[in-house]
Design a protein around this ligand. Structure first.
Ligand code: MLT
Ligand code: ZN
Length: 477
């Protein structure tokens, strides 16, 4: 065993509880748990704990709490805001859920599935699909992101426009509180007004109030027909006009409505293998539209063709391609889902995961683009995102040839420039990625006064020692 900051008695107790596969202390084994997907944060930890059951997790948490050891819950380690990365002190343990991978039940009568925290979203989607059902949550990192982390951050993604965020899909929850008590909220009821909604408090708390171990998720019947199209348009206003045209015909049919700017699309086309643009020429803006229906007839195809036909005739859409097979559909989605990866390959980037009312999106993109281009000449403004629910990833990629460190040194200036515009439009500085450690400094000015005060009181009540995911959400006092 390597050097670790843990007291010897705690180490012995954890080792007896978790066994060799459940307790990692060698730096070679723990390093990957201490760096985030974006490689922005490089922390250290005293150990990685990998409990295989809720009971072991609860005992491990109780032991760490007894010794006052900070704990960082971690799922698939896909946070965009450093939410699951320990600090550099090396005092904390990471508690990984990646051995809690059981899918307990899929219930056709209740349309639910009961899954452990470490099940990846993709595995949960596949298990539901194998039963003719659908878990209506989809995010770009679904191959690695795990259910526990998804609920802890209240992930949104591509289907929020139709089915809501992760919060709306969780009917039941089990979590380990900072003192090691198991909070059992596994009630799978649509109606349950019995005091404070603790389930909703845990969801979106970013692991600061406890560690989610199991969940009951709401499923839907799998759609029996689906239509997917990629459209080229002149600007974000045109994308919104197209969205309104679909919404007017059949709002319930819209399963996803995504926006990609010409700049972000060009990065994907040039940096990702097999992701060339399936249209005749590049455009300033694109929409990826997906319609779904429980009916197996061709009514969706008719709807898609009618709306797009009219939009092409009006000059609103300048070009479009419809998926003619499941593999073509997946190829269109791959282009959208590789946006984060392409931007990572393009160099340093600053992510502004913002939301504004739909009507304000064009003004927001115009103003924020001008402000960022004035701030850093040569900056590549590459927005994309879930335009149907108002969430734009207003991502900024470093100028070509610039030292990434020089670009990142100005991250707060860029974030504040964008956030100030978001504020004038009644938006939010963090739509779906959460606050993590990246945006803690923004909390006082955005959520100060009574709101942050109430959050601090809740945190202090449930975690008086501040051992659960310290340094996240709350700015250091
Ligand atoms: C996505 O929707 O692909 C991610 O949430 C966005 C990002 O990389 O900013
Ligand atoms: Zn997103």
């Amino acid at each position: 065993m390597s050097d670790t900051a843990l007291p010897a008695a705690l180490l012995t107790a954890l080792s007896e509880l978790l066994g060799p596969t459940g307790l990692l202390t060698d730096a070679g084994d723990t390093d990957s748990f201490c760096t985030d997907w974006r490689m922005l944060y490089h922390g250290r930890c005293a150990a990685v704990l990998r409990p295989a059951t809720t009971q072991d997790c609860a005992k491990a948490v109780a032991l760490c709490a007894e010794y006052g050891v900070p704990m960082v819950p971690q799922g698939g380690n896909t946070s965009m805001v450093g939410g699951a990365t320990p600090d550099a002190s090396g005092k904390a343990v990471v508690i990984s859920t990646n051995r809690m991978t059981r899918i307990h039940t899929i219930d056709h009568a209740d349309l639910t599935m009961t899954v452990e925290a470490g099940v990846t979203l993709k595995a949960a989607q596949d298990a539901a699909a194998a039963e003719g059902l659908m878990l209506p949550l989809s995010i770009s990192s679904e191959g690695s992101a795990e259910i526990g982390g998804i609920l802890a951050t209240n992930a949104g993604g591509n289907n929020t426009v139709r089915y809501g965020n992760a919060r709306e899909l969780a009917l039941g929850l089990e979590a380990v509180l900072p003192d090691g008590q198991v909070l059992n909220l596994m009630r799978r009821l649509r109606k349950d007004n019995t005091g404070y909604a603790l389930r909703q408090l845990l969801i979106g708390s970013e692991g600061t109030l406890g560690l989610i171990t199991t969940a009951i998720l709401q499923l839907q019947p799998a759609p029996r027909s689906r239509e997917t199209a990629l459209c080229a348009l002149a600007d974000p206003q045109a994308v919104l006009t197209l969205f309104a045209a679909f919404r007017k015909q059949d709002p319930a049919a819209i399963q996803a409505f995504e926006y990609m700017s010409g700049t972000s699309m060009a990065l994907v086309n040039s940096l990702i293998d097999g992701a060339s643009l399936p249209l005749s020429e590049p455009a300033p803006a694109y929409a990826l539209v997906e319609l779904g229906s429980p009916r197996a007839d061709d009514s969706l195809r008719t709807l898609m063709e009618e709306v797009l036909g009219q939009a092409l005739e009006d000059g609103l859409v300048t070009d479009a391609v419809l998926a003619e097979s499941e593999s073509q559909r997946q190829a269109l989605w791959m282009i959208r889902e590789e946006h984060a990866e392409a931007q990572k390959r393009a160099g340093a980037s600053v992510k502004n995961d913002v939301s504004v009312p739909l009507s304000a999106i064009p003004e927001f993109i115009t103003k924020a683009t001008a402000a960022c281009e004035a701030l850093i000449p040569g900056i590549r403004v590459a927005p994309f995102g879930h335009i149907g629910d108002g969430n734009i990833h207003f991502n900024l990629v470093q100028p070509e040839g610039m030292d990434p460190k020089d670009f990142l040194a100005q991250d707060h200036a860029m974030m504040d420039t964008v956030a100030n515009i978001v504020r004038t439009l009644d938006g939010s500085f963090s739509a779906e990625h959460g606050v993590g450690q990246l945006k803690t400094y923004m909390m006082p000015s955005w959520r100060g006064g009574a709101e942050l005060d109430a959050m601090r009181k809740i945190k202090a009540a449930l975690d008086p020692q501040t051992v659960m995911n310290p340094g996240k959400i709350f700015p250091q006092a």
